[in-house]
Design a protein around this ligand. Sequence first.
Ligand SMILES: Cc1ncc(COP(=O)(O)O)c(C=O)c1O
Length: 382
Amino acid sequence: MSRPYPTSLGETQPLVPPIYQSSVYTIPDLDALDAIMNDGEPGFIYARDAHPNARRLAQLLAEAENAEWGVITGSGMAAISAIILATLQKGQRILASNRLYGRTVQLFTQELDRFGVATEYVDCNDLAAVEATLKKSPRLLFVETMSNPLLRVVDIAALAELAHDHGALLVVDNTFATPVLTRPMDLGADFVMESLTKIIAGHSDVTLGFLAANDPDMLPAINAAVSIWGLASNPFDCWLAERGLATLELRLRAACENALELANWLGEQTGVKRIWYPGRDDHPDHQLATKVLDRGFGHMLCFELEGGRDAVNRFMRAAPGIPFSPSLGHSATTLSHPATTSHRYTSPAERKRQGITDGLIRLSVGVEPLEQIQAEMAAGLK
Ligand SMILES: Cc1ncc(COP(=O)(O)O)c(C=O)c1O
C-alpha cells in the first residue's frame, strides 16, 4: 500500500527545498483533479506537465530576468524548440543572427525547413541590414547576447525596436551573459532563454534550459509545447540548478575578473595570434559591450594559436589542467575547440566567414586563483 506523503514535519520546514523525485502525484478525487486542471488551483498531476522543483526554479529565474513568467525545459535546445513550437506556423519565417551556436543553426536550417519554416541569416551588428531583411515580415528575430564562440555583442534595445516596428518578436539567447550581466527583457526582448547547463547551474552536472516572457497569452502555448513535445525537465536537475543559481553572481563576478586579466595576459604571450574578449578594446564590439553588459564582460574568451590544429593539439597535451571539455560555465577553467565541436557541422566557408579557424581555442574561465590558470596556460603555450 502507498503511504500518504509527507510524513508530518510538525511546525518545521526544511531549510533546503526537497527534491520532489516523483513522476506523478496522487489526487484526492475527480473534483480536485478538475480544480487543478480547469481552475488553476495549486497542485501537480504529472511531472512532464509540471513539478515543484521546476516551478520554483522558473520563478527564481523569471525574477532574475525581470520577466512576468518563466518555464524550465530539459535543455537549452528544448527551450529554443519550445519558443519555436509555440510561436510559429508553417509558412512563417525566422530572421536569425548569422553568428549563433551551431546546433541552433542546425535546428533552424535542417529541422525547421522540413516543417515549412524558412530561416534567413543577417549580420545583427548591421542594423540597416536587419531593417532591410525585416521587411520580409519574419515572425521571430533570434539573436545571442554574446555569440558563441567569438563573443560578438548585439544591441538588444535597437534590435527590439526594429523587430517591433516590423511586427516581429525578438528572442534573445542570453546563455553567455546570464541575467547578471544583462537582462534582455529590460531592453525590450519578447523572449529570453538560457541554457542552464552552462554557468547558471555552473557545475557541469545538469542539462536544463529556461525561457521567459511577459505576455501571459504566450504561456499556455509554451506549456503545451513542453508537455506535448516532451521537452520537460527532471526534478533533481532543477534542484541542482537552484543550488547553482544561489552562487551565480559570485561565481560570474570572479570568473569575469579572471577572464579580463587572462585576456590581457594572453595578449603579451608569443604564439597567440589573436584574442577575442569584449572587455578588450581590440574586440570589434567593445564599445557596444560597455553599453549592453553590466558588471563585467563575461567568463568566456577565445584566442587563436599560430600553427592551427597541430598547435591546438600540442596546447591540449601540454595543459591537461585545463581540460578539453566541449561545454562551458564550469566552476574550473575548461577549453573547447569550436571548429570541431560547437561548429563541427558548420560549413568550412561559413566558419571562415565567422573567424572560427582551426587554431581557435574557446576558454571558459573558472573561479580558480588566476595564477593557477596562468601557470597551466603558460605550460600549454610553451
Ligand atoms: C549559446 C547557446 N545556446 C544554447 C545552447 C544549447 O544548450 P543545451 O546544451 O543546454 O541544450 C548552447 C550549448 O552549448 C549554447 O552555447
